[in-house]
Design a protein around this ligand. Structure first.
Ligand SMILES: [Zn+2]
Length: 340
């Protein structure tokens, strides 16, 4: 028997059988799926980012020239979306890093909660609470400060997450936090919510706030790319939801105790949520809005803003309005609100 040869063979076998880590195994499997079949594209929350991965594979298979051109057009739009996504994200990071004293970086987003109403008042309906989250970042005494504000409302007839909610909360915010006295500039960042943020009414609101509540100083509204608005506001929403779950779990203790007290299911209204958030979440102030004013006169009768969907920054200062395709561009397009 050739001992040298059998030793070499067993050495090869050992090398072949070296166990790989599970993560490496998954990575290799995913790579093979992408490159062999061309069908696996991972997880995407954004349809455009997913299509950007899919279209080159579809173009390779398609035989109809018209279909090929149509896919090419879609691919260009998805690539444009990717560039907007990168530029807006980089600009947000740069502005956050270069924040100066007197500047307020204001992130805004909506979240919602469903609460179990009190057993005595209950008509078996869940109670839905809308929460407008504001994240304030500013420099104070040479240090970066981050504060959170929650405006929460459970009025079932008026608490829709739309322009009226944003307007009411912003009027309270500018007045109660002395924004005019404390800051020289406000940079607002939101997602492109078509119902509440990227609307002609919301833009008119910033124009109005700059002129009436901010001495004509600059208010700029920047938008993250569509479906990519994840930010500190989302992190704060997650904290709020964790606190709500913790309050529910604590109430379970009382439900397991035999007592004559009414059964508690944790916070059952927006008013009950205020202390839960204000006292337990770091650097957070929560305000309960009993209802949202919905007078039709609060919505000005104005014409739409030209190509509003393609804009990612609006500036309002000294009564003038400028629109920019992306944040970071030097020249904006002047526009005016046309009253009908
Ligand atoms: Zn995307």
């Amino acid at each position: 028997m050739d001992l040298t040869r059998s030793a070499a063979i067993s050495q090869d076998c050992i090398v072949d059988c070296v166990p790989v880590s599970f993560s490496t195994f998954i990575r290799v499997k995913k790579w093979l799926r992408v490159h062999r079949a061309g069908k696996y594209f991972g997880r995407f929350d954004c349809k455009r980012c997913l299509r950007r991965q899919q279209i080159p594979f579809l173009q390779a298979k398609v035989r109809n020239p018209a279909q090929f051109v149509k896919l090419g057009q879609e691919l260009r739009e998805c690539t444009e979306h990717m560039w907007v996504l990168r530029q807006q994200r980089d600009e947000y990071r740069a502005r956050r890093n270069n924040l100066q004293p007197g500047e307020l970086l204001l992130l805004m987003d909506f979240t919602s909660f469903s609460l179990e109403p009190d057993a005595e008042e209950s008509d078996q309906r869940m109670m839905y609470v809308q929460d407008l989250i504001l994240v304030l970042e500013f420099i104070e005494n040479g240090h970066r400060q981050t504060e959170y504000v929650d405006y929460i409302c459970d009025c079932p007839d008026s608490n829709t997450n739309d322009y009226h909610f944003v307007l009411y909360a912003m009027l309270l915010f500018f007045r109660c936090f002395y924004i005019k006295e404390a800051f020289q500039l406000v940079e607002v960042w939101t997602d492109g919510g078509p119902k509440h943020f990227k609307t002609k009414y919301c833009q008119w609101m910033w124009h109005f706030l700059s002129s009436s509540c901010f001495d004509g100083k600059l208010i700029a509204h920047n938008f993250f790319a569509s479906y990519h608005g994840h930010s500190l506001a989302d992190s704060h929403a997650a904290v709020d939801k964790r606190l709500l779950r913790a309050a529910y779990n604590t109430s379970e203790l009382s439900r397991r105790t035999v007592s004559e007290e009414p059964i508690s299911w944790g916070p059952s209204s927006a008013a009950a949520l205020v202390p839960v958030f204000s006292e337990n979440a770091a650097r957070t102030q929560a305000f309960h809005l009993p209802s949202i004013p919905r007078n039709a006169a609060l919505k000005p009768n104005i014409a739409g803003i030209n190509l509003i969907k393609s804009k990612h920054r609006f500036e309002y200062a000294e009564g003038t309005c400028l629109a920019f395709p992306r944040t970071g561009q030097d020249v904006g397009m002047p526009f005016a609100f046309k009253y009908l």
